[in-house]
Ligand binder design. Structure first.
Ligand SMILES: [Zn+2]
Length: 100
């Protein structure tokens, strides 16, 4: 494991890249990331325990910031104020074009 793992770059309004190791860079759509939000609220909605959260607004997919969480995850903040989802690198890999 190198310290570059998890380095990310915001490429444009809809796409980011994350470095998995020095030869592997994953590209991820912000829309896919938001739709896969792992926080308790979104997970509950997904399972149907709560009314499905409506992600109709453009702000839902508008990125404000990305923060590293320790050495294993990233936290995304969205323009609609949502920021409780912590995405492990493993879960982000599954969302990217990166194949083992
Ligand atoms: Zn969420």
């Amino acid at each position: 494991m190198t310290e570059n793992i998890g380095n990310f770059e915001i490429l444009n309004d809809s796409l980011i890249s994350i470095e998995w190791d020095k030869d592997n860079i994953g590209y991820l759509l912000l829309r896919d990331i938001r739709n896969a939000c792992p926080c308790a609220t979104c997970k509950a909605a997904e399972k149907g325990f709560k009314k499905k959260i409506q992600l109709k607004n453009k702000e839902c997919y508008e990125l404000i910031s990305i923060d590293r969480v320790g050495t294993y995850a990233l936290k995304f903040k969205w323009a609609d104020g949502h920021e409780t989802g912590i995405y492990s690198f493993e879960s982000l890999k599954k969302l990217s074009n990166w194949k083992e």
